[in-house]
Design a protein around this ligand. Sequence first.
Ligand code: NDP
Ligand code: MG
Ligand code: MG
Length: 330
Amino acid sequence: MNVYYEQDADLAVLQNKNIAILGYGSQGHAHALNLKDSGMNVCVGLKTDSASCAKAREAGLKVDTVAEAVKWADIIMVLLPDQTQKSVYDNEIAPNMKSGATLAFGHGFNIHYKQIVPPADVNVIMIAPKSPGHLVRRTYTEGNGVPCLIAVHQDATGDAKAIALAWAKGIGGTKAGVIETNFKDETETDLFGEQAVLCGGSAELIKIGFETLTEAGYPPELAYFECMHELKLIVDLYYEGGLSRMNYSVSDTAEYGGMTRGPRVIAANAKAEMKKILEEVQDGRFAKEFIDECNSGYKKLNELRESNRNHPIEVVGAKLREMMSWLKKK
Ligand code: NDP
Ligand code: MG
Ligand code: MG
């Protein structure tokens, strides 16, 4: 696995280029501001009625429509929601993109699942920070960066990888380390991780733990603390030092109970199901299902959101978080 640092990337590659960043959300604002502060010529592409236009201008950035920014640009970074990218690409990017331009992404979904098929005369690259956008910005302003993945899907000009590395450097990534991958691996591991472990797996574990306690007659407040609130403390330990640090830090009782009972909860059937979920990611069934869901107006997604909102753990959680002065309301 190739890992790149400061000396492996040259900012001069970006210096005389016009850089368009489409979108000014979580990732867009971080890429745009970090590159501007790295001395690059940046323009943000947005809809004219977007509230983000004013925010970007106040931060000292040029702002234009997507079509105009793309016409002007040598490098176009697409930081729009994944489900919006195809229609913006078809209607506003493709008709305006210069030959020899570089089309860049922060996640591989639309290229890997062929929702976007760029012409052969443009570079197609990815620079994916492994963190939310606000941390990409904050670490940069503190003189650091977050680890990033880069990938080259199409190299029309012969310097696609140098551009990806320079971009990673411009947003601070080479200070932490940049790992080279490909669109397939980034997309498939990202989807699997969020489905099986990070979002899907952890949410279900929390819910059934809470249900088991409350159905046995224990107060929902206690169940909330044990099954949701304290999880953050445990995850922080994983984050700092892996499984060993978590087991070192908890009591011997928790360590023994966890190691002997955990594998009964997450047992062979869990791994068998995870393998099926991975297959659905790999063969495109998940992507097709999600694209169909978006195209039909998010009916199922809205139903699932509603049922999650009404789960008893959400009701008691909202009440208990009122007691936590350090949690600022958003
Ligand atoms: P956000 O939802 O935070 O921001 C999307 C931006 O796109 C907003 O500024 C929005 O405008 C703008 N936008 C939406 N539709 C259009 C349109 N039709 N025309 C022009 N602009 C539009 O997205 P994220 O930053 O979360 O995600 C962007 C990409 O980065 C995705 O590919 C995602 O997978 C990837 N990524 C995200 C990470 C994250 O931490 N969030 C981590 C790593 C990768 P407005 O401001 O008006 O809403
Ligand atoms: Mg993801
Ligand atoms: Mg305990």
